[in-house]
Design a protein around this ligand. Structure first.
Ligand code: DC
Length: 223
């Protein structure tokens, strides 16, 4: 690979597929910017809950998106999410936000706005963007596209391990229900559904370690 050429790398897949962890590590290894697009939808969801916006009013949510300042900042190797200047890195991971994010993610004016922000973040290359529609909608001409997936039960287990530290009361059954609901809404929404781009490289992470997935992705990037 020509090190001077800074690529646009798209990583898509369902919750629990390992894509966030992997995308973050790939960005670190390549010294690229890491863009967690799910965090952007989550931040707007938090704002909508705070201002008690009508979650069914797509145009209202679109207007809210335009007057909301969402920033991803990198510090000490971790990504911090700011909503109107406030650090909401932890607040966007609560079950309340997770349960409502699908209303935000299906609103057409919201997606249109997010895509503009995401294209702007990635336009100069040297970036790993991670989400649901990066390879299909945000950067259909990305230099490298990956689609990560894993069996439903393995994804539930990973999400549960991740969440139980911050939310000790959470049960595996709750995580399973949430994942099922989000898979359904991510896959079935009419706009920018979760879908493998035709030219994306599929990686089944069910039986792979994080390092195993990272090595695999890097080998395709360097090929
Ligand atoms: O990756 P995540 O679980 O933090 O994403 C939260 C939600 O945001 C997810 O359920 C679907 C939505 N999302 C989306 O619709 N498009 C993206 N590019 C990223 C996330």
């Amino acid at each position: 690979m020509n090190p001077a050429r800074r690529l646009i790398i798209a990583v898509d897949g369902p919750a629990g597929s390992g894509k966030s962890t992997v995308a973050k590590l790939i960005a670190q290894r390549l010294n690229y910017l890491y863009v967690d697009t799910g965090a952007m939808y989550r931040a707007l969801t938090l704002k909508a809950l705070k201002v008690k916006a009508d979650l069914e009013d797509e145009d209202g949510l679109g207007r809210l998106a335009k007057k909301t300042d969402i920033r991803l900042k990198h510090s000490d190797g971790s990504l911090k999410v700011y909503l109107d200047g406030e650090d909401v890195t932890a607040a966007i991971r609560t079950p309340e936000v997770t349960n409502s994010v699908r209303y935000i993610a299906r609103a057409k004016p919201v997606r249109a706005h997010m895509v503009i922000l995401q294209r702007d973040l990635g336009k100069d290359g040297g970036v790993v963007l991670e989400g649901r529609d990066i390879g299909t909608v945000v950067f259909p001409d990305a230099d490298k596209k990956f689609y990560l997936d894993a069996s439903f039960e393995v994804r539930v287990g990973r999400r549960y391990q991740e969440l139980k530290e911050a939310h000790p009361g959470i049960t595996e059954a709750e995580v399973r229900d949430d994942l099922k609901r989000r898979d359904e809404s991510d896959i079935n929404r009419s706009l920018a559904p979760l879908k493998k781009a035709d030219d994306a490289i599929s990686i089944d992470t069910t039986d792979l370690t994080i390092e195993g997935v990272v090595d695999k992705v890097l080998s395709f990037i360097k090929a």
